[in-house]
Design a protein around this ligand. Structure first.
Ligand code: BES
Ligand code: MN
Ligand code: MN
Length: 457
């Protein structure tokens, strides 16, 4: 391992330069104008996998953006790891709030700023570079390694599950390694063992066939903006509980072991509130903030539009109102089942005077892992060596849909070794990756490959 770690140190500068090339590609999966950039990013990943010594590298086209696969399976007696990550990034708006261009990677005070620096280009990149270090120091990678890198995570991975289903043999592995989450805090490396799921809807209400004068028509003609607000307001009760019947039936309680782990985490409520500019925490009564973020489901309004919102006043009765709403789900809530419950509930609440349309958008299943799995223990050892600190175990409120697919379809555990930070500005202006974490991440990835080979898996 000594040589491998030395190689990583000696090549740190070049590694960063190559990551910068990756970050310069504006691979925004939701933007049709970026189609060419998506291909370029996929090809960049393929090039990295070649450099990392993969015997087989292939770019699979899909109906959307390509999936990149690579493998080096020269060790028939050792375990196989499947590294997952995504090369697509979120849109950059509002662009005027970026201090340097989102696709012009810039280092300031030990942080690398660019769209995708943390989510997920910078994170997936650490696993290219650890493999390269083994191969270029004349050794072998201690385990068999496969890569599955997609370009549609940020739009709900619509083509990934079908790809996995069709290529189960190709993807066969003992464990998945995913770096696409954040550490608990600066200097507190973490292993994430649970993710929330997601369902997302657009709700459209229509009243009259056109906007109307609110004086002439108001009073006996339905106001869709008001009715929409009324429906949304009824989705939670005074105690912050979601009112959809049977919504909580499948929700798992926190285990004692988890409660103990949570209590060990250095979470300072006052600092946290100050950092994000809130006066107090809100949400479901009877649960701590961490429990609410990680272990409880949510109902969120992502956006509402209706009627007049320009300057001044306009007396109008809007014809239409629209809301985008989503729910984060926790084990063992099933997205399809909860989506049905939600639709039924909204249909019951909507007055017969409006035309109601509910459109289901993307989503993903929640996931939770066993804390006892040998791959998790191997990762904890690797992090201890790579970062010089024992990791904490934490859950995340966000979603990575494929992780549930790995568990349910491929029957393999996933290890989430995130090297981001809570203030990384993912999906926001000035996204950044801490360079110490980048280097620590590459070392940890290398140690992980070594530890996994001796994990007894
Ligand atoms: N890397 C994130 C997932 C994540 C978010 C992990 C927050 C830890 C904390 C991922 O790229 C993402 O943004 N996921 C989406 C999923 C959706 C598009 C299906 C999310 O959570 O909103
Ligand atoms: Mn991500
Ligand atoms: Mn994301």
């Amino acid at each position: 391992m000594k040589e491998v770690i030395e190689y990583i140190e000696q090549n740190a500068e070049r590694y960063l330069e190559e990551l910068n090339e990756f970050l310069k590609i504006p691979s925004v999966s939701t933007d049709p104008e970026c189609k060419k950039d998506m291909t370029e990013a996929a090809e960049f990943v393929a090039g990295q996998l070649h450099t990392a010594g993969m015997e087989k590298v292939e770019i699979f086209p899909t109906e959307g953006h390509p999936i990149v696969f690579g493998e080096r399976t020269a060790r028939p007696d050792n375990p196989t790891v499947l590294v997952y990550g995504h090369y697509d990034v979120q849109p950059v708006d509002p662009i005027e709030l970026w201090e340097s261009g989102p696709f012009e990677p810039t280092v300031r005070q030990g942080e690398l700023y660019a769209r995708g620096a943390a989510d997920d280009k910078g994170q997936v990149f650490i696993h290219f570079k650890s493999a390269e270090a083994f191969v270029n120091t004349g050794g072998q990678i201690p385990v068999n390694i496969k890569y599955l890198i997609e370009g549609e995570e940020e739009i709900g991975s619509p083509n990934l599950d079908p790809f996995i289903e069709e290529n189960q043999k190709l993807l066969e592995a003992d464990v998945a390694m995913v770096s696409d989450t954040a550490m608990f805090a600066r200097g507190v490396p973490s292993i994430c063992y649970a993710l929330r799921g997601l369902i997302y809807f657009q709700v459209d209400l229509e009243g009259a066939s056109t906007d109307l004068h609110s004086g002439s028509f108001g009073g006996a003609v339905v106001n869709p903006a008001f009715e929409l607000a009324r429906i949304l307001a009824q989705m939670k009760d005074e105690a912050g509980r979601i009112t959809i019947p049977h919504f909580y039936d499948p929700v798992r309680d926190l285990s004692d072991r988890e409660r103990q782990e949570f209590a060990r985490l250095p979470f300072d409520e006052a600092t946290y509130m100050k950092d994000i500019g809130i006066r107090e925490f809100s949400g479901e009564e009877g649960y701590s903030p961490l429990e609410r973020f990680w272990t409880r489901p949510t109902f969120e309004v992502n956006g509402i539009t209706s009627g007049f919102s320009g300057e001044g006043a306009k007396t109008v009765l809007p014809a239409r109102a629209m809301a985008k709403v989503s729910m984060r789900l926790v084990p063992d809530q099933d997205p399809d089942q909860i989506a049905d419950l939600f639709e039924d509930h909204v249909r019951r609440l909507a007055p017969s005077s409006v035309n109601l349309e509910i459109t289901r958008m993307h989503g993903g299943k929640p996931w939770i892992a066993s804390l006892e799995h040998p791959a998790l223990i191997a990762t904890a050892r690797a992090i201890k060596k790579g970062f010089g600190k024992e990791p904490v175990f934490q859950r995340e409120g966000g979603s990575i849909p494929v992780v549930a697919t790995f568990a349910e379809l491929m029957k393999i555990p996933s290890v989430l070794m995130g090297i981001g930070l809570p203030d990384e500005n993912a999906h926001a202006p000035n996204e950044k990756l801490n360079l110490d974490n980048f280097h620590g991440g590459i070392r940890s990835s290398a140690y992980f490959l070594d530890e996994l080979s001796r994990s007894g898996l």
